[in-house]
Design a protein around this ligand. Sequence first.
Ligand code: ZN
Ligand code: ZN
Length: 101
Amino acid sequence: MPPPAPFHPPCPLCGRPMVPGPSLNEHHLIPRTYGGRDTVTMHRICHAKIHTVLSEAELRDHYHTIASLRAHPDIAAFLRWVSRKPPEFIDRHASGRGRRR
Ligand SMILES: [Zn+2]
Ligand SMILES: [Zn+2]
C-alpha cells in the first residue's frame, strides 16, 4: 500500500495545492508600507503576479481582499493560465524583465 498523499491546502488565489517549499510566499493584504500586518500564504508566482499588476496604493484602496484580486481582469487571465501548471511551478522569467502587457 502506498502512503497516503499529503494534504496541501489550496492557494487562496489560484486554488492549486500549496506544497511547502520555495514555491510559496507571504502576501500582505494591506501593504506593510501602509501599516498592514495580515498576511496570507500563496504561491510565489501568484504573489509576483499581484505585484506586477497592482501598485501598493491600488492594493490598499481596492485590492485588499482575495475576492477583489481574483476579480481583476489581468489576474483572472493569469489564473486561467496558471491552473494548467504544476503546483510547484516557478516562472524564472516572470520577474526582472519589465515585460508589459
Ligand atoms: Zn496560487
Ligand atoms: Zn505581496
